[in-house]
Design a protein around this ligand. Structure first.
Ligand SMILES: [Zn+2]
Length: 215
């Protein structure tokens, strides 16, 4: 069960497609089969622990799962910078598990590398309705076109915001000004700055992440 669960962190809104796409395409290359032999699949929870990914320059660029991080290490794409306290055990060996890894070759991160998706818009807006500024579970949020589609508003980072159903209904097919609503903040593309804030949120409990994230 849960054969693809190890990809949850990455595939959840394609955290950084360029890292996944370029470095780990297919993810089950020659090294992948080796991983399967050495790491028992039932070590599910530890293998899904978040691992901070640093660029070759030590710049934090991504969060992935332990399993993925270990594949990157086996492929010689990344090396461990910090280790977890926990280990995974195979028949013959205990394997130390990384908490922070660093790519060995510098990877250029495009300014706007995120896939435009509902999930990523909600992430960017921290599940906060951008009109009433209240936090909702994802299921109670929709995406609002700030400038309605009927007025030529596009589906873009700059024109889509998280919105609760109530605000969405009261706004209807109008602009915020016409509806007497005010945006909490101007919607922006998902930049590295945004993702760094998210990494801080995910990693604020892990001491080993701190020196890379808090400066
Ligand atoms: Zn609202």
């Amino acid at each position: 069960m849960g054969a693809n669960r190890h990809m949850s962190v990455d595939s959840r809104g394609r955290y950084t497609p360029e890292v996944d796409g370029a470095a780990v395409s297919g993810s089950e290359g020659p090294a992948g089969s080796r991983t399967h032999n050495t790491i028992p699949a039932r070590r599910g929870s530890l293998m899904q622990e978040p691992v901070l990914v640093l660029n070759a320059t030590y710049e934090p660029i991504n969060v992935t799962a332990v399993r993925r991080a270990m594949v990157l290490m086996l492929k010689g794409v990344a090396q461990a910078e910090e280790m977890h306290n926990a280990e995974v055990h195979s028949a013959a060996h205990a394997h130390k598990v990384p908490s922070v890894i660093r790519l060995l070759a510098y990877r250029h991160i495009p300014q706007q590398s995120r896939a435009l998706s509902r999930k990523n818009i909600l992430l960017r807006d921290r599940n906060t309705c951008q009109f009433c500024v209240r936090v909702f579970p994802s299921s109670e949020l929709t995406l609002d076109h700030v400038v309605p589609r009927s007025r030529g508003g596009r589906s873009s980072w700059e024109n889509l915001v998280a919105c609760c159903y109530r605000c969405n209904n009261s706004k209807g097919d109008r602009t915020p000004e016409e509806a007497g609503l005010k945006l909490a903040r101007r919607p922006r593309p998902f930049t590295l700055h945004t993702s760094r804030q998210l990494m801080r949120l995910i990693g604020h409990r892990d001491e080993r992440w701190r020196k890379y994230l808090f400066y």
